[in-house]
Ligand binder design. Sequence first.
Ligand code: NCD
Length: 310
Amino acid sequence: MSEFLGMDILHGGQFSRDQLEHIMDVAEDFRRRLETHKSLDLLRGYVMAALFFEPSTRTRLSFETAMYRLGGNVIGFSSAESTSVAKGETLADTIRTVDQYADVIAMRHPAIGSAAEAAAIAEAPVLNGGDGAGQHPTQALLDLYTIRRELGRVDGITLVLCGDLKFGRTVHSGVEIYKHYNVRLIFVAPDALKMPAEVTERLRAAGVQFEETTDLPAALKQADALYMTRIQKERFADPAEYEKLKGSYILTREMIEQINPRLVTLHPLPRVNEIATDVDSHPGAAYFRQAKNGVYTRMALLALVTGRVS
Ligand code: NCD
């Protein structure tokens, strides 16, 4: 698919089903190729800039790993304090500068819309690794890949999304992707952290089946997979409000065994307390495999937007 050449990856809603399937297929192909090779030559000589204005472990490191596994090079930073932003430089000027150096830009920034702003300035394709409480499309793609791999299918499943659906950008991107599949969605959140109305309105308009509840055990009974999320502490204006909500949902091994032993559990990570550590050894606990899948999925995106695969 040559339509990916030069494409900015900004929003979960930007893809067609065919494009989603193609990204998944390319990611799967890279996964297979890495079984016999440490790295490939596909992006030799290419430079990716990783501009992380907000904390990150998996997104930045898996983007960087993806680039290295493709034979490419990486420049970048992992906090704004070490850059000219600390001197008062604007995002626009930082992007205009990095665009002189890099063939592709992966970025994370606290402001909603920042990746789109960068994409409007940069000639290099921009891959949004999270814009505040907005979108996180590359995570949603690796989540889709993980569901496909863990369950063998996406169509026909019931997926429970639980936790901070208000501020969680991974779920905002995710639902835009699941709407292309015949997925039944159940949203579980405290009232204060429900899925934003503009998201549910778009889903309704697209004819997507979804339910909203506060009852996690009841939802789990019906689930093929659970997508657990962290309460997004950094988005709360009032720390007391966070304290009130942080223990809202905690998944334990006992719950899984009593309610739904075949449950597949995903989480974008980092986890705080919302999944007890005794879940980690449950065969359905997929979240660390999911983190690995981030490498294959980001390899696919990097190779597609640079036109090194089509
Ligand atoms: C998520 C994020 O940054 O939005 N993490 C990630 O990219 N894997 C989820 C989170 O921080 O809770």
